[in-house]
Design a protein around this ligand. Structure first.
Ligand code: KG4
Ligand code: ZN
Length: 352
């Protein structure tokens, strides 16, 4: 079965052709980072306009790379939500039009389901049940996947998502957007023990996360260090971001490394508790932040010691892509043949 996946929930325009759910024949992503960079985050209006400009080209390229033509495709899977409504709309309308013209079944996919299934791509033996930690720019969720399409939400973030926290800290330090990959790279040269940032713990023993506290602690620490270091030098405000230029490089690297350690330990603590609670033999970590090298090392060490199987997606399927959407479409228990003219509307908030 050949599925064409289409993903436009945020700022990546993506299309992919996947065979029998797991074999990726092509995966094309057109990143909009260069257009959002100067604003320090995604500008929804720009995102939807860029999707509109590139979506047809991206789909065409995905088909060409896969060596298939439209009539050989068996179904189209498209992200319905959660995400930016204007962005989702472009993918959904394109998918509907193609499904209508070529008379193909249309499958609506939840973006988070896509991230969960990204770990299955290229792997034959990974099957539910497993515990999944979804860490991206918009989500920090702990989900127990009982069976294909059967999910139990164990914990979620109460404020900022992990990726969002990385992006905000990077913005404060003037490191550019997206902040995760830059912090990942720079933190390797910093001292993780230099600063003790607080780890948020929920009072009610819940497995929820909170990252706004560590973000504020980082800002306060920079301010205090700044006033000590810079002897009256002013922090400058530019394009909405505070540039703490007065910090020397070592201080900055130490702050980043300590921040990252705190965040990763918080994620690891809750995932460990959840794995024990659910007696999970297999754990998966997915979403943009699962590309993080420090996190991969820490999780691998901890779960190896427990004898628990741990899976990350291949690097190219950590951040948003359409192969994961095609895979989720394949396994979707609904695998519903939605009619192209049916009212599949974009959903900014969509529960698993
Ligand atoms: O999954 P994704 O592409 O989009 C959402 O669904 O949100 O995740 C994007 C997020 C961004 O916040 C980005 O900074 C973060 O993933 N990210 C990383 C790394 N690569 C991407 N965070 C930490 N380390 C990385 N290597
Ligand atoms: Zn995502």
């Amino acid at each position: 079965m050949l599925i064409l996946g289409i993903e436009t929930s945020c700022d990546d325009t993506a299309a992919a052709v996947v065979k029998d759910g797991r074999t990726v024949l092509s995966s094309v992503t057109s990143s909009q980072d260069q257009f959002h960079k100067k604003y320090g985050g995604v500008v929804p209006e720009i995102a939807s306009r860029k999707h509109l400009e590139t979506i047809n080209l991206v789909i065409q390229e995905a088909l060409e790379k896969a060596g298939h033509v439209f009539k050989e495709i068996d179904a189209i899977a498209v992200t319905q939500g959660p995400g930016l409504v204007g962005s989702l709309l472009i993918g959904i309308m394109t998918a509907k039009a193609l499904a209508y013209v070529y008379k193909k079944p249309l499958i609506a996919v939840n973006h988070l389901e896509g991230h969960i299934y990204s770990c299955l791509l290229g792997r034959k033996n990974l099957k539910p049940p497993f515990l999944s930690l979804i860490i991206s720019g918009g989500h920090s969720d702990l989900v127990y996947v009982r069976a294909y399409g059967v999910y139990e939400m164990l914990g979620r973030t109460r404020d900022d998502a992990v990726g969002e926290t990385y992006d905000k800290v990077a913005k404060i330090l003037g490191l550019g957007y997206p902040g995760g990959p830059v912090i990942d790279r720079l933190a390797r040269d910093g001292n993780t023990e230099a600063v003790k940032f607080p780890k948020a713990k929920m009072k009610d023993n819940s497995l929820d996360f909170s990252f706004s506290g560590v973000k504020t602690a980082v800002i306060n620490h920079i301010r205090n260090t700044g006033s000590k270091n810079s002897a009256g030098k002013q922090s400058r405000e530019k394009a909405g971001s505070l540039l703490f230029k007065h910090l020397d490089k070592k201080t900055m690297l130490d702050i980043i490394a300590s921040f990252q350690k705190t965040v990763v330990e918080t994620l690891l603590d809750n995932t460990m508790i959840a794995a024990k609670k659910m007696r999970a033999k297999t754990v998966t970590v997915c979403g943009g932040v699962s590309a993080n090298s420090y996190l991969r090392k820490k999780f691998t060490g901890a779960f190896n010691a427990e004898g628990t199987k741990l899976y990350f997606p291949e690097m190219e399927y950590c951040t948003d892509n359409a192969a994961m959407i095609a895979c989720a479409g394949y396994y979707s228990p609904v695998r519903k043949k939605l009619k192209p003219i049916s009212p599949i509307a974009p959903l900014a908030n969509m529960e698993l």
